[in-house]
Design a protein around this ligand. Structure first.
Ligand SMILES: Nc1nc2c(c(=O)[nH]1)N[C@H]1C(S)=C(S)[C@@H](COP(=O)(O)OP(=O)(O)OC[C@H]3O[C@@H](n4cnc5c(=O)[nH]c(N)nc54)[C@H](O)[C@@H]3O)O[C@H]1N2
Ligand SMILES: Nc1nc2c(c(=O)[nH]1)N[C@H]1C(S)=C(S)[C@@H](COP(=O)(O)OP(=O)(O)OC[C@H]3O[C@@H](n4cnc5c(=O)[nH]c(N)nc54)[C@H](O)[C@@H]3O)O[C@H]1N2
Ligand code: SF4
Ligand SMILES: [Mo]
Length: 789
C-alpha cells in the first residue's frame, strides 16, 4: 500500500448484518522502501488524529517511526485505519521545534530550557505576587494525554488557584458536555460504537462522519452495504458522502437546527410515537417540552430551514417507527447559537422513544479531538475533575482532601472561565500570563484579526508549547518545544469512552519534552506545595499521574479505577467506567434508566437553554429530579448574523478528510498534502451562475470582520450557502478571518458555522480549484482536461 488510500478513502467493504460482529480488516502502511522484515519493534497505541481512537501499532526501525498498522482485536476499529491514521504520522518527522525560543528585541531567538523557564517563572511569580491567581490562564487542548491534563489541573486549581483554565474543546465539544449535563445530569457518552452494529436507523446531525471519523463511517458503510441496511437520515447543508447514502437528506440552512429539532419532537408527540411508560418512569419536563414544541409544525420549520415539510415528516417517521436508532451530533450542531438546545433535542428524541441504554439504541454526542473527553473529565476545561459540580461543597471538599489543600484554594465561586472570556481578559490585560499548549488559536479562534492583536500585545505574556512553529508561536513571548504523539507515554479516551494507552515509541527530537514534564518542571520551580509543604503535583512519571487520576475519578461517572497500564497494553481499548465490579469496562450507560441527576451526584444544576441563566441549587433540589432525565428545549431564534443586502450569503466552515485542523502534521505528510494542497471555497451552482463565477475562478469572500481570497469550487453545497475549509491559516485564506465572536449561551461554544458574507469574482483561476474531488467537495460537473478528475 503506497498512497492508494488517499483515493480509496474507506478501503474495501466487509458488509455485515444486524447483530453480527464487524469483520476484521487490518490496514497497514510502511514508508517507502521499508518491509515488514525491517521493522524492529511494533509499539502499541492508538491513532491521535481524531476522536475515533483507532487502535494501532507503530513500526519502529533505527529509533524512527517507519509505519503503522491497525490492531485487529481493538474494539474500535477491528484493524482498520483511515488516510490520516495511515499517513499522518510522517508529518512528525519534519520541521520540528527542537529548542526553546524567547522573544528578544521583538524577534524569537533560540535559547536553552534554563533561560526559557527562568523567564516564564519570573513573570509568573511577579504577577502572582502583585495581582494574584486570576492573572493566570491556561488555554489547552483536546489532543494531550489524561496524565498531562490532570497534572496541569492540579497545578492550576490547587497550586495557583485560578478559574481561568479552558481548552480548545470549548470550540469543539463544549456542547456535547453541556447537552449531557442538561439532559442526564453529567457529562459521559451513553452509547457505544457497537450500537452501529445492530441499529435499524442512523441519524447524523451536522456530522460529516465520512470525512471526520472515516473509520466509523467504514463501520456504517459496512452495515449499509449488507442485506438489512439501517435507514439513514443526514442533516447537513452540503451533499456530503453521508448525504449521498441517505434515505432522507435534510440540507437545512446553516443556523436553523433548532427549528428542525423542535419540529421533529413536535411530530413524535403529535403522531403518538412516544413511549409513555419510559417517559413517565424516567424523565421530568414532558409538559414543558410539549408546550414549547406545540406550534413547531413541519410546515413552520420547512419555511425556516428551507427544506420540504414532507422530508421533515419522513425523518420523524423513521425515528418514530424505528426500534433501534443511533444518533450522532457534531459541529454542524455544536458551533451554533442555539447549540445546546438543538443537541438536547436529540437527547429528547431518544428519551421520548425510550431508546437509550440498550443495544442498537444510542446517542453519540460526538467528540472531535482524540482526547477532548479527557480535557473535560480531568479538569482543564469547563468542569472540576471527575465531572464534579463546582457548586457542590462536598465535591470541592473531595478534591481538597485528595490534593491536601484548603478547599478555599480551589476556585469554585463561579463556573470555570470559558475560552471566550479568557481571551477577553487577556485583551484587557487582567490576565497577564497566558500559557497555550496543544492548540493554534491564531488559526482556530474566531475573528482572527482580533485574536492576533490579543496574543501579540504587550498587555499579556504568552507562553506556547508546541511541536512546530505555528501562526500562534510567532506571537508568543516564550515558545517551548513539545514532544508529540508516540514520543511520550500516556492515555486518551475516544468518543465512546474507550481508553487507549499510547506507549512511547521513539525519542522526541532535539530538546523537545513532554507536556507533563514541562508543567511539572514549572511547578517545581514555582514551589507549589500542599498544606504540609509536600510538592504539588505529588508525582513525576506518566504512570504515577495515571494512578493519581484513577483516585480522582473513583466513584464518579468516569471511573478509571479498574484500569492499569498493563491491562491497556494487553487488551487495547477499554471503555470507562472500569472498576473492580466491571473490570472489562462498561459498554453502555443508563441501562437501568437511572441518570446522574440526583442532587448529590449531578455535575451541574443546569441552565435555562434560551438564555443560559443557571437554574441554581434551590430550584434544582425543589424539582426532585432524583435520577430521572430532564426533557428541555427552547424556542427557535435566528442566528446572530442573518444575510442582508451587503452580505447576502451564509458562510459555513468545516473540514476535509485529508487535513487535521491547522495542518501542522498533515501538511507535512506528502500523501495528505498533495490531496488537498491549498485553500478553496465552495459555492452552489445557482449562486455561481448569478455571480458569474466559473470553477477555479478566484473569489473574494467578505464578512464584517475581514475578507479572504481563494479559488472557487462549484460544489453541491446548498444554494445561498458558502462553505470554507478552515485548515489554511494564512491571513489571506483563513476562514476564521470571517467568523464572528458569538457563542451559545449555555455551552459558550463559539458560533463558527454561521456568518453573513458576500462573494465576488476577482479573476480567472489557472484550472479547477485545488479542492478534493473524492469528498463532499466534489465538483457538480466533472471537468474536462484537468487531470484532477
Ligand atoms: N479529516 C479530519 N477529521 C477530523 C478533524 C479534522 O480536522 N480533519 N477534526 C476532528 C475534530 S476536532 C472535530 S470537532 C470533528 C468535526 O467533525 P464534523 O462535525 O463532522 O466536521 P465539520 O466539517 O466541522 O462539520 C460537519 C458538517 O456540518 C455541516 N454544517 C455546517 N453548518 C451546519 C448547520 O448549521 N447545520 C447542520 N446541520 N450542519 C451544518 C457542514 O456542512 C459539515 O459537513 O472532526 C474530527 N475529525
Ligand atoms: N471556522 C472554524 N473554526 C474552527 C472549527 C471549525 O469547524 N470552523 N473547529 C474548531 C474545533 S472543533 C477545534 S477542535 C479547534 C482546533 O483548533 P486547534 O487546536 O488550534 O488546531 P490544531 O491544528 O489541532 O492545533 C493543535 C496544536 O497543538 C500542537 N500539538 C499537537 N500535539 C501536541 C502535544 O502533544 N503537545 C503540544 N504542546 N502541542 C501539540 C499541534 O502542532 C498544533 O499546533 O478549531 C476550532 N476552529
Ligand atoms: S478514523 Fe480517526 S482515529 Fe481512526 S485512523 Fe482515521 S484519523 Fe485515526
Ligand atoms: Mo474539534
Amino acid at each position: 500500500m503506497s498512497s492508494e488510500r488517499v483515493v480509496d478513502i474507506w478501503g474495501p467493504r466487509t458488509p455485515f448484518t444486524s447483530g453480527t460482529s464487524w469483520p476484521r480488516r487490518v490496514d497497514q502502511y510502511l514508508a517507502d522502501g521499508v518491509t515488514e522484515a525491517d521493522v524492529e519493534e511494533w509499539v502499541r497505541g492508538a491513532c491521535l488524529l481524531c476522536s475515533n481512537g483507532c487502535g494501532l501499532e507503530v513500526a519502529v526501525k533505527d529509533g524512527q517511526m517507519v509505519g503503522v498498522r491497525g490492531r485487529a482485536e481493538d474494539r474500535v476499529n477491528h484493524g482498520r485505519l483511515g488516510p490520516k491514521g495511515l499517513y499522518g504520522w510522517q508529518g512528525q518527522q519534519h520541521d520540528r521545534l527542537t529548542t526553546p525560543l524567547i522573544r528578544e528585541g521583538g524577534r524569537l531567538v533560540e535559547t536553552d530550557w534554563e533561560t526559557a523557564m527562568a523567564a516564564v517563572v519570573e513573570r509568573s511569580r511577579s504577577l502572582l505576587e502583585t495581582k494574584g491567581p486570576l492573572s493566570h490562564a491556561f488555554y489547552t487542548s483536546g489532543q494531550l494525554m489524561v496524565e498531562e491534563y490532570y497534572t496541569l489541573c492540579v497545578i492550576g486549581k490547587a497550586g495557583i488557584g485560578t478559574p481561568h483554565m479552558d481548552g480548545n474543546t470549548r470550540l469543539c465539544t463544549a456542547t456535547a458536555a453541556s447537552a449531557f449535563q442538561e439532559s442526564f445530569g453529567s457529562d459521559g457518552q451513553p452509547g457505544s460504537y457497537t450500537d452501529v452494529d445492530s441499529c435499524d436507523a442512523l441519524f447524523l446531525f451536522g456530522h460529516n462522519v465520512a470525512e471526520t471519523q472515516s473509520v466509523l463511517w467504514t463501520r456504517m458503510l459496512d452495515r449499509l452495504d449488507a442485506a438489512d441496511p439501517p435507514r439513514l437520515v443526514c442533516v447537513d447543508p452540503r451533499r456530503t458522502k453521508v448525504a449521498e447514502r441517505a434515505t432522507v437528506h435534510l440540507p437545512v440552512r446553516n443556523g436553523t437546527n433548532l427549528a428542525l429539532m423542535n419540529a421533529l419532537v413536535h411530530e413524535l408527540i403529535a403522531r403518538g410515537w412516544v413511549n409513555e411508560d419510559y417517559v413517565r418512569a424516567h424523565t421530568v419536563g414532558f409538559d414543558a417540552l410539549d408546550r414549547l414544541t406545540r406550534d413547531a409544525t413541519p410546515e413552520w420549520a420547512a419555511e425556516i430551514c428551507g427544506v420540504p415539510a414532507r422530508d421533515i415528516r419522513a425523518a420523524a417517521e423513521i425515528f418514530g417507527t424505528g426500534e433501534r436508532v443511533v444518533s450522532t451530533c457534531s459541529m454542524g450542531f455544536y458551533q451554533s447559537h442555539q447549540a445546546t438546545a438543538a443537541s438536547c433535542q436529540v437527547n429528547n428524541l431518544h428519551l421520548l422513544r425510550g431508546m437509550l441504554g440498550r443495544p442498537g439504541a444510542g446517542i453519540l454526542q460526538m467528540n472531535g479531538q482524540p482526547s477532548a473527553e479527557n480535557n473535560r473529565e480531568a479538569g482543564c476545561g469547563p468542569a472540576l475533575p471527575g465531572f464534579r459540580n463546582w457548586d457542590n461543597p462536598d465535591h470541592v471538599r473531595e478534591l481538597a482532601d485528595l490534593w491536601n489543600v484548603d478547599p478555599l484554594v480551589i476556585p469554585h465561586w463561579s463556573a470555570p472561565t470559558d475560552a471566550n472570556a479568557i481571551l477577553r481578559f487577556a485583551e484587557q490585560g487582567s490576565i497577564g500570563f497566558l500559557w497555550i499548549a496543544g492548540t493554534n488559536p491564531a488559526v482556530s479562534q474566531t475573528d482572527l484579526a482580533r485574536t492576533r492583536r490579543i496574543l501579540s500585545g504587550d498587555q499579556c505574556f504568552v507562553v506556547v508549547s508546541d511541536g512546530y512553529r505555528t501562526e500562534t508561536t510567532e506571537l508568543a513571548d516564550v515558545v517551548l518545544p513539545a514532544a508529540l504523539w508516540a514520543e511520550k507515554t500516556g492515555t486518551f479516551t475516544n468518543v465512546d469512552r474507550t481508553v487507549h494507552l499510547q506507549e512511547k515509541a521513539v525519542e522526541p527530537p532535539g530538546q523537545a519534552r513532554g507536556d507533563q514534564a514541562i508543567w511539572t518542571d514549572y511547578a517545581r520551580r514555582m514551589g507549589f506545595a500542599d498544606k504540609d509543604g509536600h510538592p504539588l503535583p505529588a508525582w513525576d512519571t506518566p504512570e504515577q499521574a495515571f494512578e493519581a487520576w484513577k483516585a480522582a475519578s473513583a466513584g464518579r461517572p468516569c471511573d478509571y479505577s479498574g484500569l492499569t497500564y498493563r491491562k491497556l497494553h494487553d487488551v487495547g481499548g477499554v471503555q470507562w467506567p472500569c472498576t473492580r465490579d466491571a473490570p472489562d469496562g462498561t459498554e453502555r450507560l443508563f441501562t437501568d434508566g437511572v441518570f446522574n441527576t440526583a442532587d448529590e451526584r449531578c455535575e451541574t444544576y443546569g441552565h435555562h437553554l434560551a438564555t443560559g441563566a443557571p437554574v441554581g441549587e434551590t430550584a434544582y433540589r425543589a424539582r426532585r429530579v432524583d435520577g430521572r432525565a430532564i426533557l428541555k428545549t427552547a424556542a427557535y431564534d435566528h442566528p446572530y448574523e442573518v444575510p442582508d443586502e451587503t452580505y447576502p450569503l451564509r458562510l459555513t466552515t468545516g473540514r476535509t478528510v485529508y487535513h487535521w485542523h491547522t495542518r501542522t502534521k498533515t501538511k507535512r505528510s506528502r500523501q495528505l498534502n498533495e490531496a488537498a494542497p491549498a485553500m478553496w471555497v465552495e459555492v452552489s451552482q445557482p449562486d455561481a451562475q448569478r455571480l458569474g463565477i466559473a470553477e477555479g475562478d478566484v473569489v473574494r469572500v467578505t464578512s464584517r470582520r475581514g475578507s479572504i481570497e481563494a479559488p472557487a469550487r462549484i460544489s453541491h453545497v446548498r444554494e445561498g450557502v458558502v462553505f470554507a475549509p478552515w485548515h489554511y491559516g494564512d491571513p489571506e485564506t483563513a476562514a476564521n478571518e470571517l467568523t464572528l465572536n458569538g457563542w451559545d449561551p449555555v455551552s459558550k461554544q463559539p458560533e463558527l458555522k454561521v456568518a453573513a458574507v458576500s462573494v465576488t469574482r476577482i479573476r480567472p483561476g489557472d484550472g479547477p480549484a485545488p479542492a478534493p474531488t473524492t469528498t463532499a467537495s466534489a465538483p457538480v460537473r466533472p471537468f474536462a482536461d484537468t487531470g484532477r478528475e
